[in-house]
Design a protein. Structure first.
Lengths: 389, 132
C-alpha cells in the first residue's frame, strides 16, 4: 500500500510537471482509439478508412478542446453511414442533432462519456462507465451514459444489418428498418435501465457517511447491474452472456478501483502559468502546486519495558507498528535517523523510512546500521526522542 | 518592492480569470432576469428544432400510411393535438432550463463576489504599502 501511495504521489508530481504534454497526449490517444474503432466497425467510406487520416485528425484533436473529438467522431460516423446509405446517415444525423441540442447544451463536459461509452463496449468492459460515472458524476450522468449506449447500439445495429440495408431499394423501408432497430432493441433498453439504476445506486451509496462507502457503492451497483441485466434477459430473451456479464463486471470493478485510487481521489492540481501587471512590475508567474511524495514510515512504539532488555529490540516484542506518510523526499527523510537509547525510558519511537529493516534489526549499544546504508541507530542522552539529521 | 502576499493573491486571481473567471464574468455581466431569459429563449429554440426533427422523422417513418389516409384524417384535430404536445414539450424543457440556469447564475455570482473581495483585499494591500 505504501508503495502505491508513493506511486500515486509520483504520478501527481509527473502530471503537474508535464501537464502541458500529458493532456494533449491523452486527447490524441482517445481520439485515435475512437476513430480507429469507428473505422473498424463501420469503414464504408474508403477515403477516411485510412490510418494516416485518422492519425492526422487525432493529432488535430490533441490541440483542440475535448469536445472536438465528439464532433469529429460524429462526422466520421455520418460519413461512413452516408457511404452505406443516405437514410442511415439521416437517422444518425437526427440522433446526434437531438443529443447536441437537448442535452449537451446543458453539460458540454459530459460529451466525453459518449466517446468513452462505445470504446468501453468495444473493449467488452461497458460496465466501467456506469460505475465510474456513479462515483464521479451526478444523476444527470444517466442521460450521458444512455446517449453513449444509444450511439453504440445504433452503430452496432447498422453494422450487423449492413447487407440487409444495402439490399433494400425503398428509402422509406430503409429508414423504417434503421429506426425500428433502435426503438425495438430490447437489449439496448435493458442496458440503459441497468446502467441508470447502477449509476443511481452508486451515487446514493458513495454519498453516505459510512466507511468504505465508495467500495460498497461500486460493488452494490455492479451487483444491481448484473441482476437487472439477467432479469431483462429472462423477460425479453436478449441472449446476454451470463458468464461474460459476470466476468466483465468483475474486471470493471477492478478497473474502477484502480481509477478510484489513481484518478478519482487525487487532485491533479494544475500548474498555473499566469501573467499580470501592477504599476511597478510585470509579473510572469508559474504557480506549481505543492507536491509532497508520501513515504511510508513505520513507527515502532513500546519496544520493551524491562530494564534488562532496554537495548534489545526483538520483532516479537514490538507492540504497535503504524504507517504514516511524511513530507519530503526519499533522499531526505530517514536518510540518517538516530534513535535514542536511554536506560530510564520505557517507550521509544523509531520513524525511519526504511521501516522493515530497521524494525527487524536487533540494536545493541553503540552505533549500528539499521535501515540500509544511510540509517543508523546510536546512543543518545535521556529522553528517548528521535533526531533526524 | 516585491510583496510576496500580494503576488500570491494576484496569482490566484489571475488563475481564476484565466479559467472560471471568463465564463463567470460573461454571466455576471447580465442581470439575473436577462441571463435566464436569454438562456431559456435559446432552450426554446433548441427544443423547437428538436421537436420538428422528431416530427419529420415520424412523418417519414409513416409516410405511406399518412399519404393513404390523408383525406380521412381530421387535420384540425391533429393540429390541435400536435400543438398541445409541442406546448407541453417546450414548457417542460423551458422549466428545466430555468432551474439549471438559475443555479448557474447564482453560482457564478457567488464566485464573482469572492473575486471582488480579493480585489478589495488587494487594494488594501496597496494602500498599506503607500502609507508605509
Amino acid at each position: 500500500m505504501g508503495k502505491l501511495l508513493v506511486m500515486k504521489e509520483q504520478l501527481k508530481n509527473i502530471y503537474s510537471k508535464y501537464e502541458v504534454y500529458i493532456v494533449p497526449l491523452l486527447k490524441f490517444i482517445t481520439a485515435f482509439v475512437f476513430l480507429l474503432q469507428i473505422n473498424s466497425k463501420l469503414g464504408y467510406m474508403n477515403k477516411i478508412d485510412n490510418v494516416a487520416i485518422v492519425l492526422i485528425v487525432a493529432l488535430m484533436c490533441s490541440f483542440l478542446p475535448y469536445n472536438t473529438i465528439v464532433v469529429v467522431g460524429a462526422a466520421f460516423v455520418l460519413a461512413h453511414l452516408y457511404s452505406l446509405s443516405a437514410e442511415c446517415a439521416i437517422v444518425a444525423g437526427c440522433l446526434f442533432l437531438l443529443l447536441f441540442l437537448l442535452y449537451f447544451r446543458f453539460s458540454p463536459k459530459d460529451t466525453m462519456v459518449v466517446v468513452l461509452m462505445p470504446i468501453c463496449f468495444m473493449l467488452n468492459i461497458p460496465y466501467v462507465m456506469p460505475l465510474a460515472m456513479g462515483l464521479i458524476g451526478t444523476p444527470a450522468s444517466i442521460v450521458s451514459v444512455s446517449c453513449g449506449v444509444v450511439v453504440y447500439y445504433m452503430i452496432e445495429h447498422i453494422n450487423a444489418n449492413a447487407t440487409t440495408i444495402l439490399g433494400m431499394t425503398d428509402a422509406v423501408a430503409k429508414f423504417r428498418f434503421v429506426v425500428n432497430g433502435l426503438l425495438n432493441n430490447n437489449l439496448m433498453l435493458i442496458t440503459i435501465a441497468a446502467f441508470a439504476v447502477a449509476i443511481m445506486i452508486c451515487y446514493i451509496i458513495r454519498r453516505l457517511s459510512v466507511d468504505h462507502s465508495w467500495t460498497i457503492a461500486v460493488i452494490a451497483s455492479a451487483l444491481t447491474n448484473i441482476v437487472i441485466l439477467l432479469i431483462g434477459d429472462l423477460m425479453f430473451d436478449t441472449n446476454i452472456s451470463i458468464f461474460g456479464t459476470i466476468i466483465g463486471t468483475v474486471i470493471s470493478i477492478g478497473i474502477v478501483k484502480v481509477l478510484q485510487f489513481f484518478v478519482f481521489n487525487v487532485d491533479y492540481s494544475r500548474t498555473e502559468t499566469v501573467q499580470f501587471e501592477d504599476d511597478e512590475y510585470y509579473y510572469y508567474v508559474k504557480a506549481v502546486p505543492k507536491i509532497s511524495v508520501a513515504v511510508p514510515v513505520k513507527t515502532l512504539k513500546k519496544i520493551n519495558t524491562q530494564k534488562s532488555a532496554l537495548n534489545t529490540v526483538k520483532p516479537t516484542q514490538r507492540s504497535q507498528v503504524t504507517s504514516r506518510p511524511t513530507s519530503g523526499t526519499n533522499s531526505t527523510v530517514g536518510s540518517r535517523t538516530t534513535v535514542g537509547s536511554n536506560t530510564a525510558t520505557s517507550s521509544r519511537t523509531i520513524s525511519p523510512t526504511r521501516q522493515q529493516t530497521s524494525t527487524n534489526s536487533r540494536p545493541q549499544q553503540g552505533s549500528r546500521t539499521t535501515g540500509g546504508p544511510s540509517s543508523t541507530i546510536g546512543s543518545r542522552s535521556p529522553g528517548g526522542t528521535i533526531d533526524r539529521k | 518592492m516585491l510583496n510576496e502576499d500580494r503576488i500570491i493573491l494576484m496569482t490566484k486571481m489571475a488563475a481564476y480569470e484565466n479559467n472560471e473567471g471568463k465564463k463567470n464574468g460573461m454571466i455576471g455581466s447580465y442581470f439575473r432576469g436577462d441571463y435566464i431569459g436569454l438562456q431559456v429563449m435559446k432552450s426554446i429554440i433548441s427544443a423547437t428544432i428538436s421537436f420538428f426533427v422528431v416530427a419529420l422523422m415520424f412523418l417519414f417513418y409513416d409516410f405511406e400510411k399518412i399519404m393513404s389516409d390523408i383525406y380521412k384524417i381530421d387535420l384540425l384535430q391533429l393540429g390541435k393535438r400536435v400543438l398541445l404536445i409541442f406546448v407541453i414539450v417546450i414548457a417542460g424543457y423551458s422549466l428545466l432550463s430555468y432551474g439549471v440556469y438559475s443555479y448557474r447564475y447564482s453560482r457564478a455570482k457567488k464566485n464573482q463576489n469572492l473575486y471582488s473581495n480579493h480585489l478589495k483585499k488587494l487594494a488594501q494591500m496597496y494602500e498599506k504599502e503607500v502609507k508605509k
